[in-house]
Design a protein. Sequence first.
Length: 202
Amino acid sequence: MKSLLTFFLVTFFLLTFLWAAGLGFYTIKILSAAPAMSSKKTDAIIVLTGGNFRIETGMRLWSDHLAHDLFITGVYKNVSRRSILDEWRDKIDLPHCCLTLGHRATTTEGNALEAKEWIQNNHIRSARLVTSKYHMPRALFEFHALLPDITLIPHPVEIQDYEPEHRQFWRLTILEYHKVLARTFERLSGYRYNRQDLESSP
């Protein structure tokens, strides 16, 4: 009985150490994240909705002509291409082409699935991926898994009050860390939690 208890205690402390070490590595990775090759042009810019300044960053990168195409995935169904262009028309120099919205994605994996369809239909070979700093590791995980042959340049977006001294930082970081662990488990085990990544086409 004593040896069994020892085994469980050692296992518990080992798993706790591995969890904490992983969280530490993940936190450092997020804190040190910065836009890669910020002046390099790609075939497309892909923006994942769901966080502050993501669309704004994508629109400004597109305005700087860093890509011909801008694809925004996970857009609310009532938001139209025209409404976004009208909102930004007086703020930036809008390119003549080409903005596309994806309305079906409901998860990060759904973003990657939705983007994959668009990428294949438009023969995209490289893309700048725009999402929040805390979300970038999981976004890259999903996109690399579904699009291994596409060159992806991460462009993490800073968000307000996202420093270690703020509670929001640890809430978002720990939540995303656990989501990455869950997706890694799914990928390795073949087991999949029940969820809907894409809404049905209208």
